[in-house]
Design a protein. Structure first.
Ligand SMILES: *[C@@H]1O[C@H](CO)[C@@H](O)[C@H](O)[C@H]1NC(C)=O
Ligand SMILES: *[C@@H]1O[C@H](CO)[C@@H](O)[C@H](O)[C@H]1NC(C)=O
Ligand SMILES: *[C@@H]1O[C@H](CO)[C@@H](O)[C@H](O)[C@H]1NC(C)=O
Length: 299
């Protein structure tokens, strides 16, 4: 059965914000693209192939916390879609942004690269119970490889390449595994004994802030969309492994911790916009998107 396109209000709202951020972009680029390039950092919600060659239980074809999205308006992207694929399509790209794993040594990095890795987190140790994954620091190291390769392809010096990189859109969505594959697995990780939820959200935000500043300072990122966390306490696997939820459909203490992180992230976005005035950071409220998604029957 063919699915007709529907734009979830939260996604439409996000796209509206995204396009207003892009207001300063002059003209269109190759093949009707709104921006020349799109770079992606994240976990299984964004991963489109980086984990396929890694010894891990988290493959992009089996995302534990991914959200299903309907086909986009052009029908060009038919399967394996996630929110970054939807955004790529709206930005006018004629294909998926290739995974880092598929681009090593190739020329197709001019349109951008997807660095996301299922099971990964802001913290290096998050998700280690799954096996190999590329944490945010690892994704930034891979981005460094991508950028030096890009400098060669463009045949420009570093400042010329940065001018190109300034025009790209960047999406980052991490933090889920720092909770469900770290903080809320007390038998495997000590973080919940070291930090209260407030303290943990703060240390995560501080580390994320450093990582995002690296993206800004070293690699010329200027338009960055930061995705908050979904209602992780409502994920069926989380509910199942928690047993009693006191009559709630979700595990409330997990959702409470997630909201503390999301509020921190919003503040981080405000501060980064205040401090790095030639950049634009936007916060994407996935908590609301996901709450709508969970009210639809899952596939
Ligand atoms: C980089 O190349 C541009 C021309 O493409 C030139 O104007 C600029 O001076 C160069 N910068 C450095 C640091 O070499
Ligand atoms: C259920 O309620 C008790 C007492 O308020 C609380 O300690 C516990 O964390 C709750 N359990 C869940 C799964 O939210
Ligand atoms: C922004 O700048 C203020 C003042 O210098 C500083 O206290 C704060 O830590 C900075 N925040 C970020 C996220 O860079």
């Amino acid at each position: 059965m063919k699915e007709s396109y529907y734009c979830n209000p939260a996604i439409c709202c996000f796209l509206f914000i995204l396009f207003s951020v892009l207001g300063s972009v002059h003209g269109r680029h190759d093949r009707g693209q709104l921006v020349p390039c799109f770079f992606i950092f994240g976990d299984s919600s964004f991963d489109n192939g980086n984990n396929d060659a890694l010894p891990t239980l988290v493959k992009s074809n089996y995302p534990p916390y991914g959200i299903d999205f309907p086909a986009g308006p052009t029908g060009r992207f038919s399967n394996g879609r996630n929110i970054v694929d939807i955004i790529s399509e709206f930005l006018g790209f004629d294909d998926y942004i290739p995974s880092f794993a598929s681009t090593v040594g190739g020329e197709d990095i001019l349109k951008g690269v997807n660095h996301a890795s299922g099971g990964s987190g802001i913290r290096a140790e998050s998700g280690q119970q799954y096996g190999a994954r590329i944490s945010m620091d690892g994704q930034l190291r891979n981005h460094q490889i991508t950028v030096s390769h890009l400098i060669n392809i463009l045949g420009q010096n570093e400042s010329g390449a940065k001018e190109y990189l300034n025009k790209c859109i960047y999406a980052a969505g991490l933090g889920t595994n720092d909770y469900v594959s770290n903080y809320f697995l007390p038998l495997l990780y000590p973080t919940s004994r070291i930090y209260t939820p407030e303290q943990y959200a703060l240390v995560l935000a501080q580390q994320y802030s450093q990582q995002l500043k690296t993206l800004y300072t070293d690699y010329g990122a200027r338009k960055i969309a930061l995705f908050g966390l979904a209602q992780l306490g409502c994920a069926p696997s989380v509910v199942a492994s928690n047993g009693a939820t006191n009559g709630s459909a979700c595990v409330d203490y997990i959702n409470d911790a997630v909201q503390i992180f999301n509020n921190r992230l919003k503040r981080l976005v405000d501060e980064l916009n205040g401090n790095l005035t030639d950049a634009k950071f936007i916060h994407v409220n996935v908590y609301e998107i996901a709450s709508e998604a969970t009210s639809y029957p899952s596939k």
